[in-house]
Write a protein that binds this ligand. Structure first.
Ligand SMILES: [Zn+2]
Length: 227
């Protein structure tokens, strides 16, 4: 019975390659974990993530943990995180990254960690926000508070498809609002999300925060997908 219970709590096969996991392994076998495509972007003041936002918004620091590679362990992990009801996987990835960041002293000056809120309907369907789980793992290792209350995602009022490009942009800009602007006054916020591609969502959210006096922002995501 305990063995069955153990297997429902922890996956028995590797999410990367489907081989059986050893007792000491969780989520990934040691081979897949060693071969994860880590970017090490946090060691560079200029990197592909800071370049996404260059000339758009001022950031203190920006990084992604992994390169998003199709059919790789990273894709399998992200897929499981979204669709397999595995919130603890998000926390585990946050802790793996937190370990790496702490070792290199990255994001040391942040005051809090804020996950990008999920669409209300998606959160209801999934039962959790994968970015919040990732943020939780980071918060644990970086010894910084998680703040998943101060930013709100507004409920969409009209369909995006019927709008022209300019109107869509306006819509993105209005996606977020601040529940508690005072939480950002004079503070350095680490905004986190799962995957970054164009950065439009992170930019919209960062812009809201940067409207607050003395606020500064850094960005970290699980994966970086090249366009
Ligand atoms: Zn494996």
């Amino acid at each position: 019975m305990f063995k069955d219970l153990y297997h429902t709590v922890f996956p028995k096969v590797c999410y990367g390659c489907s081989t059986d996991l050893a007792k000491t392994e969780t989520w990934l076998c040691s081979t897949c974990k060693t071969n994860l495509p880590i970017t090490h972007f946090h060691q560079l003041s200029t990197n592909p993530i800071t370049q996404i936002f260059a000339g758009r918004i001022p950031l203190i620091q920006a990084s992604s943990f992994f390169y998003f590679v199709k059919e790789s362990a990273v894709q399998h992990l992200l897929h499981a995180l979204k669709y397999n009801n595995t919130p603890k996987l998000g926390t585990a990835i946050g802790e793996w990254y937190g370990e790496e960041l702490t070792r290199d002293g990255a994001f040391e000056t942040i005051d809090s960690i804020v996950p990008i809120p999920l669409h209300y309907a998606k959160q209801q369907q999934r039962g959790y926000n994968q970015s919040t789980m990732f943020a939780m793992g980071l918060a644990h290792l970086l010894h910084k508070p998680l703040d998943d209350k101060s930013v709100l995602r507004n409920i969409a009022t009209s369909t995006q498809t019927k709008k022209n490009r300019a109107e869509r942009w306006e819509n993105v800009a209005d996606v977020f609002s601040l529940q508690a602007p005072e939480m950002f006054r004079g503070k350095h916020t680490l905004l986190v999300d799962d995957v970054i591609t164009t950065g439009a969502t992170l930019e919209a959210c960062a812009n809201k925060i940067l409207q607050v006096e003395g606020a500064s922002v850094s960005i970290a995501t699980i994966a970086f997908a090249k366009l």
